[in-house]
Design a protein around this ligand. Structure first.
Ligand code: CO
Length: 133
C-alpha cells in the first residue's frame, strides 16, 4: 500500500477570507498554515484535522487553474491529496497502472512538500495530488 494518509482535501473558493470565516463559525476551526503558491497562482489556508488538512484554495490571478475551475464549475471540491512516502515511486506506479500524469515528475508543493498531480480522466473522475512530506 503506497498511501499513508489522506493529506488534504482541497476546496476551491472565490473568497478565501469568507471561506475561513465560514469554517470558523461552523467548526470553530482556525487556520494552521497559510501560503501563496506563486507558481500555481493560488493562495491556500490549511485547517488541520488530526494529521490531515482541509485546504481552502483561492486564485491569485485569472489564468490560475483554480480561477478556471471556479469559472466552469463554481466553488467546491477540487482535488484530493494522498500522502505517500515517495512521490516519484507512487507516480511511476500510477502511470504504470494507466493513470495520466499532469506532472511528469515530482515538483515542490506548499508546506515544503513534494507533489505530483494525476489527471481525473483515468482516475475515476478525481483530480489526485500525490503528496510527500
Ligand atoms: Co493540494
Amino acid at each position: 500500500m503506497l498511501l499513508t494518509e489522506i493529506d488534504h482535501i482541497a476546496i476551491a473558493v472565490r473568497d478565501l477570507e469568507a471561506a475561513i470565516g465560514y469554517y470558523r463559525q461552523a467548526f470553530n476551526a482556525e487556520v494552521h498554515h497559510r501560503e501563496i503558491v506563486d507558481s500555481d497562482g493560488v493562495e491556500e489556508a490549511l485547517i488541520k484535522v488530526a494529521d490531515s488538512y482541509i485546504q481552502l484554495t483561492s486564485a491569485t490571478r485569472p489564468d490560475s487553474p483554480i480561477a478556471v475551475f471556479l469559472e466552469k464549475r463554481g466553488e467546491g471540491l477540487h482535488h484530493v491529496g494522498y500522502r505517500v512516502d515517495d512521490c516519484a515511486e507512487a507516480l511511476a506506479q500510477m502511470v504504470a497502472a494507466g493513470a495520466t500524469p499532469i506532472d511528469q515528475a515530482p515538483r515542490p508543493g506548499s508546506r515544503g512538500t513534494t507533489v505530483a498531480f494525476i489527471h481525473p480522466k483515468g482516475s475515476l473522475g478525481t483530480l489526485i495530488e500525490l503528496v510527500q512530506e
